[in-house]
Each structure stands twice: as C-alpha cells, then as structure tokens.
Design a protein around this ligand. Sequence first.
Ligand code: C5P
Length: 213
Amino acid sequence: MNILITAGPTREPIDPVRFISNRSSGRMGVALAEAALARGHAVRLVTGPIAVPAPPAAERVAVVTAQDMLAAVQANLDWSDALIMSAAVADWRPRTPSPLKLKKNRMPAQLEMERTPDILQAVAARKGGRVFVGFAAETGEPEEEARRKLQAKRLDLIVANDVSRADAGFEVDTNRVTLLAADGTVEALPLMLKTEVASRILDWVEAHAGFRA
Ligand code: C5P
C-alpha cells in the first residue's frame, strides 16, 4: 500500500522569530512510518518541525504551517491508499503575521487570530476508496469527543487519547489509546509503547483497506 502519514506540530508565525505551536514531538507519526515501512508499504511522511529523526526510507515532505501541510496532503493524496493524520495541526494562527520582528516594547497586547484550514475536512470529498485515520487528543471525555470527530471528519478510524495523563500523549514514548471505528467498534488498548500502538493501527488499516493495484 501507499501510506501518507502526517506527523508533528505545525508552526504559525507571529513574526519572523516567534510562532504559535503545540507540544507534539512527532513520535507517534514517526512510529507509524517506521512500522509501515517494516511491513513493506511505501510511506510519504509529511512532517511539521518534529523533535525525533524521520526514517530515511520514507519520502519526506517537511512543512511548517497548517497551510503548507494542507498543500502537501493535497499534492500526495492521489498517490495514497491510506491517509493517517497524526499531526497536531495548530488550530489558530495570527491573522496578519508581521514581516519584521516585533520590538518587545511594541508587542500588541492582543493578537488577532483566525482558524487554520481543517486538512481532513478539506480533502474529505476526495476520499474515494482510501482509508482515512485521524487522532483525537483530548483532556476531557476522549471517547465522546472522538466519536463526534469521527463523524464530522468522515473518518474510518479515530485514535483517541487522553493527553492529560503523564504517561500518554505528547512527548513520551508510551500511549494509551482507544480505537473507534466508523462501524461502531471500539477497542480500548492498554498503556503501550507508541511503536506497539502504531502496529495496532496498521493492523486495522491493512484489514480495512480496499487494496488498489
Ligand atoms: O479537531 P481536532 O483538531 O481535534 O481533530 C484531530 C484530527 O484532525 C487529527 O487527526 C488532526 O491531524 C486533524 N486535523 C486536521 N486539520 C486541522 C486540525 C486537525 O486535519 N486543522
């Protein structure tokens, strides 16, 4: 299969030296890429600024902003049989980034913000027979929110995790996730290494992909 994976955060500029981002390290997406390559799949890995090395065997597309990541996903979607959106796309960006560094005594007290494009929603109409997998990092009711996102983003599978726990979610090697599928099946996995979580997600993708020649 040809698997398109996104990983890491995006960065939304305030000025040439400052940005808005999040704590995503890219570990989950890189683990998915490594597991997919080990199974003989071709991988294109779209990365924001990640804190871990990307596997050399993946075709890498490095991006910075949500807008860049959207363009990279759109450009590689036709090639793919499955899209796994493990990136933590920044939800908001400054409406008008300054082309010059803002002086510290001239920083505005408030930044005017706007939403970034929702990548999954933007490519939903081009889904065709592809498998779409999303992630839902929550601090409240992970499963309830994930179910809502599964439907809103027309996903086949959503991987829900509670990022308020110290041993799961951002910046650690372990994760505790629940897999919720569009057909209503729910599988709560115990705490495991992100490499093992990646393997379980790929098992699901392989079982549900409509392999195109
Ligand atoms: O709505 P929320 O950001 O929680 O949804 C998470 C899922 O949607 C993740 O798979 C993430 O990669 C994807 N996403 C996206 N475009 C955005 C924000 C999130 O595709 N702007």
